[in-house]
Ligand binder design. Sequence first.
Ligand code: WT7
Length: 657
Amino acid sequence: MATKGNKDGVQWVVPDPKRENWYWPSDALRQHAWVSDPKIYDQAKADPLAFWAKQAEGITWFQKWSKVYEDEPFAYKWFVGGKLNLSYNSLDRHVEAGRGDRVALIWEPEPLSEPHRTMTYKQLLEEVGRFANALKALGVRKGDRVGIYLPMIPEAVVAMQACARIGAPHTVVFSAFSAESLRDRLVDSGAKVLITADGYWRRGKAIDLKPQADQALPGTQVSKVVVVRRMGQEIPWDAQRDVWYHEITKGQPTECKPEPMDAEDLAFILYTSGTTGKPKGVMHTTGGYAVQVYTTAKWDFNLHEDDVHFCTADVGWITGHSYVNYGPLMNGVASLVYEGTPDFPDFGRMWQIVEKHKVTVYYTAPTAIRMHIKWGDEWPKKYNLNSLRVLGSVGEPINEEAWLWYFHLVGGKRCPIIDTWWQTETGATCVQALPGVGPFVPTVAGRPFPGIRARIVDASGQPVKAGEGGYLVLEPPFPPALLRGLYGDPEKFRATYFGEFGPKVYFTKDGSRMDEMGNIRVTGRVDDVMNVAGHRLATAEVEDALAQHPAVSEVAVVSKPDEIKGEVPVAFVLLKKGFQASEDLKKDLIKTVDKIIGPTARPSSIYFSEDVPKTRSGKIMRRVLKALVRGEAVGDITTLRNPECVEDLKRLVGYKG
Ligand code: WT7
């Protein structure tokens, strides 16, 4: 039985006596954990439907399902006939159970001079009720799509919850996305209302949002724009179309009956980029999403009601949907929302927040950790981080250097690192170690979550042996939260995910390998495939090989046309501290590739670079590198997190585009 006990400074992990950098849960962690008996994996494997049905009983249903799972090709369904509401499960449930006075949201504004805000479950429920009623008054009905273009302010969570309450699928667009990106998503989803704000703080600067929102609207079906007043700055206004959030919510009753949603009713659409240019509208339905997000949030992070959960992702990404909003709230814990950037006013900001609010769970991305490494060890050292219990990682493979830094400097060698593999499409985490079970090993995510069937196969769909590289696939019963479609494009849905191995095998597009214990190491996307002298080769495979060299901190590989071989790989290598770029090192790297894959995979050039272009969620934009090495137009780089590195790279590769 799991007990509470977020006591400061507890030793939550112990080192493996034989294997360097392997850790296991300590007795304290096993006692605190919801799950500490590894038998759960076999039990769930024997009967995954019974496993998920049991987890589903952990949330509240207005009507119980009649069938746990239906295995139609391209139309798998979970909890058929069940009725529930995400907002009811996030809010009302806790208030009705007498936990209404517990803190639901802690909002930390960027300016240090501004006080933080907290909202209890009762207050949040009332605010959501008022806004849900206001949306209804604007004509929003069940099934209508609502666009949300908000910064990290409490109203972002309120807006998502209000949509969920009335059954209006939200489509959240990251506030740093351009007007054009916003327009594409509004057009594709057919949203009729947009919720935005008069701006926000970022690195000490007041940022506009309303002009971009206005610019996005022509050609969309949006007829009303709700504006949250965050800054009080002057903004353009259309009196016919625009309404203030605080005006339309004033005088609304706090009570709003949660819409009973069918388990398979659309909960939200979230756009994500594929290999092609146009973003795809990933569709998540209500029942399976609720169950998997609730269960994974609880088990991955061992959530108990005295927890303070700080997921640093923006609500514009799936991580924010599932682990800032729905997951923590369904579990009744306090979720921390931070408005600003980690480097403002200085590099210690995140640790200052952890200390101030006694954060117990910290969930971030490897790319962020590598930034902290660059900023220096002194920053986390300035703060008391003893409240931390679990550290999470998400978004990309975590390199060993980042893992160890996170473990030592942030976790004080006390906390497990839960490296969670999942995707926008899976809605919730799928592969990770459970805190009470372990092991915690750098660059290894862990086992598929109980009840999830993941396998590693070769190009013909046959399982590969332990230790061998292959493709990560999911098999039925599919994870309850797996996407149910791409909005308005059933063909693309089938072709993208089930085109490779057939309708019963969901292709993740990730390369990975599994050890004898069943722990999975995800090496990265494989959908950038090359053909080198007749050999099919994934850029990720070459990256994986190079990354095994001790000097390599990060690496990106792209393909370049070659007269004789068709295509050849080109590598961009970022070195670990203490290593110098040299011709000898290049030769050594090539030897590594020869050894791991073979000479066909040898990069034709290796560039030692300071940085590589990345999206805001930390993904390497290989498209840009590809254009650079091919001398092609680099295209739009405005959505990059670090567009400035492109100029340096141009010089490095002798770009004459
Ligand atoms: C892709 C999905 C899931 C929320 C954020 C990203 C990569 C994600 C890990 C991890 C190795 C990971 C995969 C995946 N990825 N987590 N722990 N280890 N790779 O969501 O933008 O949909 O990207 O991110 O390549 O396919 P996303």
